[in-house]
Design a protein around this ligand. Structure first.
Ligand code: ZN
Length: 244
């Protein structure tokens, strides 16, 4: 079963306002979700968390690791009516329920009412963050660009893969292609990214290079299976996104 934590409150480094998020604590993989050649995790919960989002107070993009964790809130808001309060007070509040309610009520409203961090999910979201705040850290730029690649591919995913339409082709030339080339630069020399490299080269139509890269993938129990499938597509000179 997929589960989330109770709300975790963070402070935005840009405006010092508060936002909440729920961390994924366990994940269930649904078997009917296709495994796409670009490696996107298509499980519903994959887009409901992440490393970067927008602050609900000031709309600035925020990396979770930059935002100080303030506290964990209770999963359910503790409440108690007047008569119950009286009874708990008289009987010594042995189970601590009244104390929980009073602690909750003593919290500043900005903490209690903090809104959720807005996760990035659409291609426009990733383009905006990359444009507004050029990422000084290589791994952050890579994170945003891989998600942009997946988000652009989502248009094809919804159509079941295959050939892009005219507007998709324009998007492909002006945004998707430069983005894929930049990802190739960013993963240069990374042995773990060989399957991704092969898939990018295939989608870019560089089939010979794709085959060579995929043939050289070091087996680790999973990568080689993906590599063989993608290599088959590259050998058949198929550049489109495909379910594997
Ligand atoms: Zn903020």
């Amino acid at each position: 079963m997929t589960r989330y934590s109770a709300p975790i409150i963070h402070q935005c480094p840009a405006c010092a306002g508060y936002f909440k998020r729920h961390a994924l604590t366990s994940m269930h993989f649904h078997a009917d979700v296709p495994d796409w050649s670009d490696g996107k995790n298509g499980q519903w919960w994959a887009s409901a968390s992440g490393s970067v989002g927008r602050c609900p107070v000031c709309s600035t993009s925020v990396w979770i690791e930059d935002a100080v964790e303030v506290m964990h809130l209770p999963r359910h808001t503790p409440t108690m009516v007047g008569l119950d309060r009286l009874w708990h007070r008289m009987t010594g509040d042995r189970n601590g329920r009244l104390r929980e309610v009073l602690e909750w009520e003593a919290l500043p409203a900005a903490l209690r009412n903090a809104e959720s961090l807005r996760w990035l999910s659409e291609a426009d979201d990733f383009i905006a963050v990359l444009t507004e705040a050029p990422q000084r850290l290589r791994e952050r730029e890579l994170h945003l660009r891989v998600r942009l690649w997946w988000a652009l591919n989502d248009r094809l995913r919804h159509d079941g893969g295959g050939t892009p339409s005219a507007s998709q082709s324009l998007m492909q030339r002006s945004i998707a292609r430069p983005n894929m080339l930049r990802i190739l630069e960013l993963i240069e020399g990374s042995p773990k990214a060989q399957v991704t490299r092969g898939e990018l080269l295939r989608q870019l139509g560089r089939f010979g290079e794709a085959v060579a890269v995929l043939k050289a993938v070091v087996p680790d129990g999973r990568s080689e299976v993906r590599a063989v499938r993608i290599e088959r597509l590259a050998s058949a000179r198929i550049a489109a996104l495909q379910p594997l």
